[in-house]
Design a protein around this ligand. Structure first.
Ligand SMILES: [Zn+2]
Length: 187
């Protein structure tokens, strides 16, 4: 369901968070102040104290996560320092590992003992994606887009953030191309 203030794609939490840094089409910051961050955490159903300190910590983690998403989308390894930032957040979680069946496969899933705080939940989401060999981080090539998304399709075939956002634009380009070609021949 589209959120009136924030662009949410239904992607894993950490990529939704990274995407707030450059919102298409202008590339603007979606979280310019602590109040905006607090509204975003509510929109994605996270718990945050919503103060200036929480905001600063959130932006610092977002920068690390953006570096990870960038590296993975370009086929590079994520920097150890960025992974360390994720691990530091994970270290604050208490809970247990459980086997869960997802998409016909067994996955190991962490079940926290208390509802994770905002940045713990975001870090957990990043860790799950990084540890999943069947998921690939991609950057949408749509015009003025560049949003990150996680390709979890069986044949790794997803190429755009969403059909409604960038699929139509791509369709238009293809239709223009199709209209250009056949004019000369059939007379
Ligand atoms: Zn897109």
């Amino acid at each position: 369901m589209p959120d009136p203030e924030f662009l949410l794609l239904g992607e894993p939490l950490w990529l939704e968070f990274v995407n707030t840094a450059h919102q298409p089409p202008t590339g603007g910051e979606a979280l310019p102040d602590p109040a905006a961050y607090l509204r975003w955490t509510k929109a994605v159903q996270l718990l945050s104290p919503g103060d200036a300190e929480a905001y600063r910590a959130a932006l610092a983690l977002r920068e690390r996560l953006a570096a990870i998403a960038d590296a993975l989308a370009d086929g590079r390894a994520a920097a150890p320092s960025a992974i360390e930032a994720v691990n530091r957040r994970l270290g604050l979680l208490e809970g247990r590992e459980q086997l869960v069946r997802i998409g016909g496969r067994w996955r190991l899933r962490f079940h926290p003992e208390r509802p994770p705080a905002d940045l713990e939940a975001i870090a957990l989401s990043a860790a799950q994606a990084l540890a999943n060999p069947l998921a690939t981080v991609r950057r949408c090539p749509g015009p003025e887009c560049g949003l990150f998304f996680l390709d979890e399709t069986d044949n790794q075939s997803r190429r755009i953030c969403s059909r409604t956002r960038c699929g139509q634009q791509r369709g238009r380009v293809e239709r223009r191309r199709a209209n250009r070609t056949p004019v000369v021949t059939d007379e």
